[in-house]
Design a protein around this ligand. Structure first.
Ligand code: SAH
Ligand code: MG
Length: 203
């Protein structure tokens, strides 16, 4: 498995695929190992690198669904996943996560959000009815090159992404159904624990 992961890192570098960096990867692996999820959803497979990191730290009985929009990346992911020997636990869904999430039937106890940076809040909103109590939501790149937490105006081309990532962080920190910590690891990671529906009258 280590050799396959190293090959995937080389493939990603050669083909400019933005796979998770070492620091955030270590945090993701720790989070999965602590949670021992039975049902995982990954949004943004790319070539399956983080998928295999998650699978490697999950219980053998875990089911992992992962969504990728780009056909070429999904095809590469299928090959790598096959070679990992873990393909019986992993279902790769090809298409736009914003469209596919509402049709998902499962309930998830761990979600890794790592697809279109402007759509994180849309993904989470569509997932609200599909989370187990105490589900963990691990969102990557939430500080986006340091621009999200900067008092300075972002470059024009990143304005929308930055304001939408701020909207995501605002939601998961303010909404009483989530308890969230933001880590400056890698490009920024938000880990949120879903507390289920909270009765406002008792809080
Ligand atoms: N999680 C991967 C990296 C994902 S990179 C890893 O760390 O190994 C982000 C991926 O999200 C890209 O491959 C991109 O094609 C995909 N993506 C972007 N928008 C998407 C969407 N709307 N639905 C599904 N996948 C999307
Ligand atoms: Mg990422």
């Amino acid at each position: 498995m280590d050799e396959l992961l190293a090959e995937m890192r080389r493939y990603a570098a050669a083909n400019r695929v933005p796979i998770i960096g070492a620091a955030a990867a270590a945090l993701l692996e720790q989070t999965v190992a602590l949670k021992q999820p039975r049902s995982v959803l990954e949004i943004g497979t790319a070539i399956g690198y983080s998928t295999l990191l998650i699978a490697g730290k999950s219980p053998v009985s875990a089911r992992i669904a992962t969504i990728e929009l780009d056909a070429g990346r999904a095809a590469a992911a299928r090959q790598f996943i096959l070679r990992s020997g873990l393909s019986d636990r992993i279902s790769l869904l090809e298409g736009d996560a914003g469209r596919l999430i509402p049709a998902l039937e499962g309930r998830y106890d761990l979600v890794f959000i790592d697809a279109a940076k402007g759509q994180y809040l849309d993904y989470l909103t569509k997932l609200l009815g599909k989370l187990q109590h105490q589900a963990v939501i691990f969102a990557d790149n939430v500080l986006f090159r340091g621009l999200v937490a900067s008092p300075e105006a972002p470059p024009r081309r990143y304005k929308t992404i930055v304001s939408r990532l701020r909207g995501y962080l605002q939601f998961v920190t303010a909404d009483p159904r989530f308890a969230t910590t933001v880590y400056p690891t890698g490009d920024g990671v938000a880990i949120s624990h879903y507390q289920g529906a909270v009765d406002i009258a008792t809080t």
